[in-house]
Structure formats: C-alpha cells, structure tokens
Design a protein. Structure first.
Length: 90
C-alpha cells in the first residue's frame, strides 16, 4: 500500500508499530517529517507536508501510544499548571 500525506491515520499507526515504546510527544516535527518520508511505502512529496498534517499524525500516534501504556507512563497526563496564590495577585 502506497502512503501519501492524506493517509495520516495509517502513517501514525505505522510509526507507532515500528517503535511502540517511543513517546510521540518527544519528537520534533523535523524528525517526524524525516521518519515519514523514510517509510518504505511512502510516496508523497516531502514538500507537501505542513505543520497541520504533522500535528495530526503526531496526535493519532499519541492516541495509539496512550491506548497501550499506563497513564503514569505519560509525562504529561497529570501535568497541571501551578496554581497562583491569591496573595501573589496584585
């Protein structure tokens, strides 16, 4: 099956299957782009990629990753913005 940029779900699943332990949100878009272009069945034009497409692929990959990992394995799962103390407000 030949892949192009429109095949975001299949690309994300292929990347996840190739390295299921890699945390998807730790990869830069430049590295993700290279990884996609280097897939053996990818035939899309590298210049047709966009941030929107790469983000969609990364988020699907992240959903796949979360389905197979415990929440405590996700460094961002319980991340909360620090609460501001009312007396610090001016």
């Amino acid at each position: 099956m030949s892949l192009d940029w429109k095949d975001v779900r299949t690309i994300a699943e292929t990347i996840y299957d190739s390295d299921p332990e890699r945390y998807p949100l730790s990869i830069r878009f430049t590295d993700l782009h290279r990884q996609i272009v280097d897939l053996p069945n990818f035939n899309g034009d590298p210049e047709d990629a966009s941030e929107k497409i790469l983000e969609a692929i990364q988020m699907i990959w992240y959903e796949e990753w979360k389905a197979d990992h415990d929440e405590e394995d996700d460094p961002y799962a319980n991340w909360q913005r620090p609460r501001s103390d009312s007396k610090d407000r001016r």
